[in-house]
Design a protein around this ligand. Structure first.
Ligand code: ADP
Length: 362
């Protein structure tokens, strides 16, 4: 029986472990928290830090193959281990995605359209970038941003002054794209074949993914282009394993926003809404099983459950409605804006969700 080592023990690790178990594959995760969500499902849990070389190496020793469930794994730790242990996704996709400037340059160099952007390090370069890109624009820290943290929309001169604290670290200024909608795609590649999951339309609230509607109810030609360009990008970059890309769509044009070489929140719907799911295909890739081309089972809606939604989600779970799947990640501490779970509604479209469900989560 093979063992997959997972760097990280959050909800993504938990769902990788659940699917691994169904495929007869063992898992061991590395996470500093003794009560990490994945710890409850993995066969083994190493309590240790991601930046502790000893702990990461211990994970590698106990595994046949190693993956990661978050993108900020330090290169100094992973690169030396890549030559010694089986880490087939390698460090490259992490490196390319850890810095927004590098990430967007890489996307552009591989033929994807991005919002216009410029590196910003201080007030003078911010002013120069604004002169070039115009307002409104979005100022983001180059590294360690997530769920809308570390970014600010600039609309006026006054906003530039208010943004000064962000400039304590290297930043990027991006053109503000007044998108019609956001969409994302999740792909898995074994180096030869790329399979991709049906594209969803994403709705964010306060910079955090709130809802995902699949299929994205938009022009089929736009979705087909997003699929083919994304798959070509993944091939051209030589990435293996899993990759998610988020896009803005405006007037039929698609703009690369960001990518993540790990399972993606917008792909959670695949667990029940597709014939195979993002976690399962990642596991299949890691242990050398042939990839399966996913198909949508029925129109599906995914609602993220943040701390403030948890009580309502528990009520929904107790109702046991057909086609409604409540996932709670078992995090010991609930906070507003913390991802605590998600609900998947299979056989539902946006209109029905808005009419019958939206008001339950405010
Ligand atoms: P994070 O890594 O924190 O998720 P993102 O860059 O994806 O950051 O930004 C979070 C959300 O903020 C996006 O999903 C989008 O709704 C909005 N946003 C970010 N950049 C832009 C932009 N250039 N134009 C318009 N909206 C943006």
């Amino acid at each position: 029986m093979k063992t997959i080592g997972i760097i990280g023990g959050g909800q993504l690790g938990l769902m990788i472990a659940e699917q691994a178990r169904l495929l007869g594959v063992r898992t061991v995760c590395l996470d500093p928290a003794t009560d990490a969500p994945a710890g409850a499902v993995c066969d083994d849990h190493i309590v240790g830090r991601f930046d502790d070389p000893e702990a990461v190496e211990e994970l590698c020793r106990r595994s046949d193959v190693v993956t990661y469930e978050f993108e900020n794994v330090p290169g100094e730790i992973l690169i030396p281990l890549c030559g010694k242990y089986n880490i087939p996704q390698g460090y490259r996709p992490l490196y390319d995605s850890q810095d927004r400037l590098r990430e967007k340059s890489n996307a552009r160099d591989h033929g994807l359209r991005t919002p216009r952007f410029a590196a910003v390090d201080d007030m003078a370069s911010l002013r120069a970038a604004v002169a070039e890109i115009g307002l409104p624009a979005v100022l983001k820290t180059r590294t360690l941003g997530y769920d809308g943290h570390g970014q600010q929309v600039l609309r006026t001169e006054e906003d530039l002054r208010k943004a000064e604290p962000l400039l304590a670290v290297p930043c990027i200024l991006e053109e503000f794209v007044p998108f019609d909608f956001e969409a994302s795609i999740v792909m898995v590649s074994d180096g030869e074949r790329v399979v991709s999951f049906p594209i969803g339309r994403n709705v964010h609230r306060d910079g955090i993914l709130d809802l995902c509607f699949v299929p994205a109810e938009v022009d089929g030609a736009v979705l087909a282009r997003m699929k083919s360009e994304s798959e070509r990008f993944m091939r051209d970059c030589g990435y293996r394993g899993i990759l998610a890309i988020e896009y803005f769509v405006r007037q039929g044009e698609i703009y690369f926003n960001e990518m993540a070489p790990r399972p993606h929140n917008s792909g959670h719907y695949t667990i029940e809404g597709a014939t195979t799911n993002q976690f399962r295909e990642l596991v299949r890739y890691l242990v050398g099983m042939p990839l399966e081309e996913p198909r949508l089972v029925a129109p599906t809606v995914m609602k993220n459950i943040l701390g403030q939604d948890l009580e309502e989600a528990r009520k929904v779970a107790a109702e046991h409605r057909p086609g409604v799947y409540v996932h709670l990640y078992g995090k010991s501490e609930s906070r507003p804006k913390r991802k605590m779970g998600h609900i998947t509604f299979v056989g539902m479209q946006a209109g029905e969700y808005e009419r019958d469900w939206a008001a339950r989560f405010v």
